[in-house]
Design a protein around this ligand. Structure first.
Ligand code: PHE
Length: 397
């Protein structure tokens, strides 16, 4: 017989959590609140649009920028109907302080608190944390903006336990759901065009999130490629009920700010958001405010300052049975900090006889700020080799 084994991720969380000092250092940096930082500029541009073009007598969007990223598992997952075996809960993907507390993996963690306290239209901006691979567009800390709008009572919104809201087509076809869907798509299309440009091409892809149904992702056409920029949907009726909003409907969206900033300003590497190099920050200081208070983003075009040379070193090892790639990535970040540009798997093989497998990773080093010397790279690589077997389940070859 085949029985599916559900993983209880809470059992896999180490007693003292898995937050490293490197990650803890980022908490409180609040790039989104730093005057003149590109993340701050985009945040303000979007807030301006919601305040001036998407608010009216009935709907006044409120902004929350200062919620702390340390939240409970209840807020980040349970309240949002994440099943217990949802991969997002894995300590391999998420930074936990303990079994009950974590670094929020998305700004959706604040939805239910705000809805319970009667807020009906809001944007929440903040830093979010995810364990991940290492390359030019992935960093374990990034910034999101969450938006929620609650609509007036509607007679067809009665919650029923027997309806599967993820799949039920009659529910998705209800006038009240369609109305929310249309308002959501119209609002987000106008927002993204205000930020990037009026002739932008946009498409909607059906998606799945535990806390919205129906759900979509917005993609935009940029340099001949469709890029995903946000996730959104109609708030799941069970969440509405749990927030004493069972007679209402609402929409929600979540948007990655780094992604948008990289497109808009032509920023080539996500580590640059964390640099203290003046050559980066000076370029965003000439932000022009239009007479009506809006920001003119067209004035800003980032000139990547000449790249310093990169170099790479390979490391090969046998994988232990508890080897997880993200644990290795985390270890590399902890030792190398922002000097690591990319980590790529260049070779992998399994010895059929011993059923042992081996991987070779190539670590690309580059500083955003200066030239690195061979000596210092050798030293870092040696530190990696000295410590890896204590931190990652593997045997050096
Ligand atoms: N929180 C989701 C994410 O991080 C995005 C989202 C927000 C989707 C709100 C739907 C509604 O991917």
């Amino acid at each position: 017989s085949t029985s599916k084994v559900l993983t209880d991720y809470s059992k896999l969380i180490p007693k003292d959590g898995n937050v490293t000092s490197l990650i803890l250092d980022k908490v409180g940096k609040n790039l989104h609140s730093m005057e003149g930082h590109p993340i701050n500029i985009i945040k303000k541009k979007i807030q301006y649009h919601f305040k001036n073009n998407l608010s009216n007598e009935n709907t006044q969007f409120k902004f929350f920028d200062e919620f702390h990223p340390r939240v409970t598992v209840e807020k980040n997952f349970n309240d949002l109907l994440f099943p217990n075996d949802h991969i997002g809960r894995s300590p391999n993907d998420t930074y936990y302080f303990s079994q009950n507390e974590l670094l929020r993996t998305h700004t959706s963690a604040h939805q239910t608190d705000l809805m319970r306290s009667q807020e009906t239209a809001f944007l929440v901006t903040g830093d979010v944390y995810r364990r991940d691979t290492i390359d030019a567009v992935h960093y374990p800390v990034f910034h999101q903006m969450e938006g929620v709008k609650i609509f007036p009572q509607t007679p067809d919104s009665v919650f029923s336990k027997s309806i599967d809201y993820y799949t039920n087509q009659d529910y998705k076809d209800l006038d009240s759901v369609k109305l929310v869907e249309n308002d959501l798509k119209k609002s987000l299309e106008s927002m993204i065009k205000a930020v990037i440009g009026q002739d932008l091409q946009i498409r909607w892809i059906d998606a799945y999130f535990p806390f919205t149904s129906p759900s979509w992702e917005m993609e935009i056409l940029f340099q001949d490629q469709w890029l995903e920029v946000l996730g959104c949907g109609v708030v799941h009726p069970e969440i509405m009920k749990n927030c004493q909003l069972e007679k209402h409907r609402g929409w929600a969206f979540g948007l990655g700010l780094e992604r948008l900033a990289m497109i808009l300003f032509n920023i080539p590497d996500i580590r640059l958001f964390w640099t203290e190099d003046k050559r980066f920050h000076q370029q965003f200081q000439q932000v022009k405010y239009l007479p009506n208070g809006d920001i003119d983003l067209k004035q800003i075009k980032f000139q990547p300052f000449s790249k310093y040379p990169s170099c790479f070193k390979d490391i090969s090892f046998w994988l232990g049975k508890d080897f997880h790639e993200n644990t290795f990535m985390e270890f590399v970040r902890q030792i190398c900090g922002d000097l690591v540009e990319k980590v790529e798997l260049v070779d992998h093989f399994e010895n059929k006889k011993t059923s042992k497998s081996s991987s070779c990773y190539r670590i690309h080093y580059r500083s955003m700020e200066r030239s690195l010397t061979n000596q210092e790279i050798d030293l870092i690589q040696q530190t990696l080799r000295d410590q890896i077997e204590n931190k990652v389940d593997c045997k050096l070859r």
